[in-house]
Design a protein around this ligand. Structure first.
Ligand code: PMP
Length: 362
């Protein structure tokens, strides 16, 4: 088998190799059961332990107090764009959205189908290059919640502070930076994140919801779109993504072994600095997309002198074992996604490749 590549894909994304090895070793017989975790009833005591382990791992790593429920839901973060207003936006109130990129823009459009929304900030006119100063935003007096995206995966802009909305519940799409740094859980009403970047494989979304918000859910929602059913039935109103939940538990074990989110944040900062340094010292050969103060530590977005050179860069990088660098199809350019599982050696290899490519083409 060819050696594994350095995978810079934005999601599904690299999973730590020790996690994959452990899953491989247990694939045919999970904990001596004689069957794969994928073949096991979700109602078995063994699987209940697997689910509890994944939830406990997230609770510990994110320091989530007991008054937060941790739910595993299918349908991706995209389904959350609909479930959140269905569950939490009553008639007569408004949802304030802080739109700093493509995903936040989608979330606002979707929420508008279910109720009244207001954009407290909209960075679309400037091409989503920046995040606002959160302290300078003002919110609607009747806001049911304020929603934002902590890291915009496509545009590569990230908030480096957490929103305090003065008592209005804060909803945060943390899909592409959850577990990359510590959070102050008490700042949030609801956090959601697709697993496929920093937590595991695609097909399962983590929803963390504060107890009092559950009480706001109206009656009459479709069964699988009602958060209360996931709370009542321990994330199993129907058959959950057992494989995804199992892998989340393994990723949490791995992250604890690394020293947890404080340690991983330091590593993530170092990794991002290496790439931004190459961009900044390239005398314009590489142009970063985001404003400096809004740069993402997870998705480093940049361009070369032309779209044609962008493409050549990606092709040559792939041949050198640096995979998944093409920017999102909606924006083009190059994007290096360097989530927790990307080792520093992978980032160093990309930085070397960037320097070399520049000297050959600059
Ligand atoms: N929010 C963010 C921040 C994302 O990066 C993504 C996709 N990667 C989504 C939402 C949508 O995820 P999905 O396609 O799994 O619904």
């Amino acid at each position: 088998m060819r050696d594994r590549v350095f995978n810079f894909s934005a999601g599904p994304a690299a999973i730590p190799t020790p996690v994959l090895e452990k899953a491989r070793d247990e694939l045919l017989s999970f904990e001596g059961s004689g069957m794969s975790i994928m073949e096991m009833s979700h109602r078995s005591a063994r699987f209940e332990e697997v689910l509890a382990k994944a939830a406990d791992g997230l609770r510990e790593l994110l320091a989530l107090p007991e008054h937060f429920h941790i739910l595993f839901i299918q349908g991706g973060p995209t389904l959350q764009f609909s479930m959140i207003p269905m569950n939490l936006l009553p008639p007569g109130q408004v949802a304030d959205h802080i739109v700093t990129g493509a995903w936040g823009a989608k979330a606002a459009i979707e929420a508008g189908k279910f109720g009244t929304i207001r954009r407290a900030f909209d960075g679309s006119a400037s091409g989503f290059t920046t995040v606002p100063d959160l302290g300078e935003l003002s919110f609607s007096p009747t806001a049911a919640f304020v929603q934002y995206t902590s890291n915009e995966t496509i545009d590569g802009v990230q908030f480096h502070e957490e929103l305090d909305a003065g008592g209005i519940p804060v909803v945060c799409d943390m899909s592409s930076d959850i577990l990359s740094r510590p959070i102050d859980a008490d700042k949030y009403g609801l956090i959601f994140a697709g697993a496929q970047k920093n937590i595991g494989p695609s097909g399962v979304t983590v929803v963390i919801i504060r107890e009092d918000l559950i009480e706001r859910v109206p009656d009459g929602l479709p069964y699988l779109l009602d958060y209360r059913e996931y709370v009542r039935q321990g994330s199993m109103p129907n058959t959950p993504n057992t494989w995804g939940i199992y892998l989340i538990g393994l990723v949490c074990d791995w992250l604890r072994e690394q020293g947890g989110v404080d340690v991983i944040e330091v590593r993530n900062r170092r990794k991002a600095a290496i790439l931004y340094d190459v961009i900044d010292s390239s005398e314009g050969f590489y142009t970063g997309h985001a404003d400096r103060g809004s740069r993402s530590l997870m998705n480093v977005t940049f361009r070369l002198p032309s779209a044609e050179i962008d493409e050549r860069f990606c092709i040559e990088a792939e041949a050198a074992g640096l995979d998944g660098l093409r920017g999102h199809r909606s924006v083009g350019g190059v994007r290096a996604s360097i989530y927790n599982a990307m080792p520093e050696s992978g980032v160093a290899a990309l930085a070397d490749f960037m320097s070399d490519f520049m000297h050959r083409n600059g």
